[in-house]
Design a protein around this ligand. Structure first.
Ligand SMILES: Nc1ncnc2c1ncn2[C@@H]1O[C@H](COP(=O)(O)OP(=O)(O)OP(=O)(O)O)[C@@H](O)[C@H]1O
Ligand SMILES: [Mg+2]
Length: 255
């Protein structure tokens, strides 16, 4: 298994934001993490990426325990993420935004590279070429020199994911990538995620848009009040009465 999450638990005061959360991610798999607002989805991401320390539990990535590692070490180990709110550098160009993602893994530090110190020029060329390649995968090559903030929102989301791919991660955690997208943009996003999987990338996808979840996820885990209440294929989850009750309200059907 690429990622093994075992018994992950985190309390905020009296609230158990994550309680004994256990799941794994295999190579080339897309696991969706769904659940109502406040269920603990982002908390699980924060625990995996080292932004939060768990009260209990472990995260093992490629056979190595990540517990206690700082976020930049975890990123360098091969786990990247996107945030629920876009974190693009709006005034920087589309290309530069992707390039910032590459420095997670390079020998040259981010600040050093931004300052364009001589030692880093060769590496910067290589990073630029790779960034252009990533932009072409999301159809943004022609927008490379535009400020990121000028792109339509759907393209900004794609850019954000392309940036998360710039360090060539094995695993990427995506926090609601379809939020705010229209249906055409959502379809482009889903195609991109499936393309990334076809290239061997693994992902954990937190997403409220059920159509996207059902279309791209290999397996789905449902969280409610910090606890996993179901795990299965999209169709199993769709038919699970516990899920329908807890997640959607008793009268609704999963879309
Ligand atoms: N840093 C924090 N300090 C205190 N409480 C927090 C913190 N982060 C999250 N919580 C609480 O933990 C619970 C889980 O929050 P979390 O953000 O993980 O939910 P979520 O499933 O991502 O929800 P959403 O779908 O709205 O993004 C909530 O009750 C939230 O208020
Ligand atoms: Mg969240």
């Amino acid at each position: 298994m690429l990622l093994e999450v075992t018994g992950l638990t985190k309390h905020f005061g009296g609230v158990a934001a994550a309680k004994e959360v256990t799941f794994n991610v295999g190579e080339g798999e897309i696991i969706a993490l769904i659940g109502p607002n406040g269920a603990g989805k982002t908390t699980v991401f924060n625990l995996i990426t080292g932004l939060l320390e768990p009260d209990q539990g472990s995260v093992v990535f490629q056979g190595k325990a990540l517990n206690g590692l700082k976020p930049h070490r975890i990123a360098a180990a091969g786990i990247t993420r996107t945030f629920q709110n876009l974190q693009l550098f709006g005034k920087m160009s589309v290309l530069e935004n992707v390039m910032t993602g590459a420095y997670l893994k390079g020998n040259t530090g981010f600040l050093q590279a931004i300052a364009r110190w001589p030692a880093s020029i060769g590496e910067e060329k290589r990073i630029k070429q790779e960034a252009l390649g990533l932009l072409s995968e999301v159809g943004l090559e022609e927008q490379a020199s535009l400020p990121a903030a000028t792109l339509p929102f759907g393209q900004q989301r794609l850019l954000d994911i392309a940036r998360s791919m710039a360090s060539n991660p094995q695993l990427t955690l995506l926090d609601e990538p379809a939020a705010g997208l229209n249906s055409a943009e959502t379809k482009v996003l889903a195609e991109y995620l499936k393309y990334l999987r076809s290239r061997g990338k693994s992902m954990v996808l937190v997403e409220h848009d059920m159509e996207t979840v059902m279309e791209v996820a290999d397996r789905v885990m449902v969280l409610n009040f910090g606890m996993a209440i179901a795990m299965g294929t999209p169709s199993e989850i769709q038919a699970d009465p516990e899920v329908i009750k807890a997640y959607l309200g008793e009268d609704e059907q999963v879309a």
